[in-house]
Design a protein around this ligand. Structure first.
Ligand code: MN
Length: 204
């Protein structure tokens, strides 16, 4: 057993009314658990890879991962690393939700205003067809908004994820049905900018 489901830093109901407890519980205890289990299963016959961190497995488009398990590690390793961060990008700590710090200055410089940044990111998340993620990343030291399909992670192409939003239907369907826009709007209220800033400070 190498990879494990991380514990959340808050209770399932802590993000109410923005994200409902049932969605959080199923998303974490079922979906994320399945990514972890399937990643471990894929690595079963490669003990030398079991010691590697997920980021190392995914780096350079999974260069060190054998062909026969590449797709499984891409999907489930990607799912594991994306969700491990996703839980930390949301918080019940009201102070941590303040948009401030070096990353806020960089965003205001590159996107003119918070509203314009929010609009671009939201637009990117809305336009992702099917399942995937919207991201704010550092790409060669520059801020960039883009999206990936399925569980593909920015880490695979050497980009540093600063903030990511899960737009798979499992992230919102229970509460919002097909209304992805409503989910995204509420999500902005609980973003952990303190964490985003920490990631930015560590990598800028
Ligand atoms: Mn998800």
């Amino acid at each position: 057993m190498t990879h494990q489901l991380p514990k959340l830093e808050y209770d399932y109901e802590a993000l109410e009314p923005f994200i409902d407890a049932k969605t959080m519980e199923i998303h974490h205890s079922k979906h994320h658990q399945a990514y972890v289990d399937n990643l471990n299963k894929a690595l079963e016959k490669y003990p030398e890879l079991q010691e590697k961190k997920v980021d190392e497995l995914l780096a350079n488009n999974l260069k060190i991962v054998p062909e026969d398990i590449k797709m499984a590690v891409r999907n489930h390793g990607g799912g594991h690393v994306n969700h491990s961060l996703f839980w930390q990008w949301m918080t019940d700590d009201v102070k941590a939700r303040d948009f401030k710090g070096a990353v806020s200055e960089a965003i205001l410089k590159d996107f003119e205003s918070f509203d314009k940044f929010k609009e671009s990111f939201t637009d990117c998340a809305m336009k992702r067809f099917g399942s995937g993620w919207a991201w704010l990343v550092l790409n060669k030291g520059k801020l960039e908004i883009y999206s990936t399909s399925n569980q593909d992670s920015p880490v695979m192409e050497g980009k540093v994820p600063l903030l990511g939003l899960d737009v798979w239907e499992h992230a919102y369907y229970l509460k919002h049905m097909s209304n992805r826009k409503a989910y995204i709007e509420l999500w902005w209220s609980i973003v952990n900018w303190k964490k985003v800033n920490e990631l930015y400070e560590a990598k800028k």
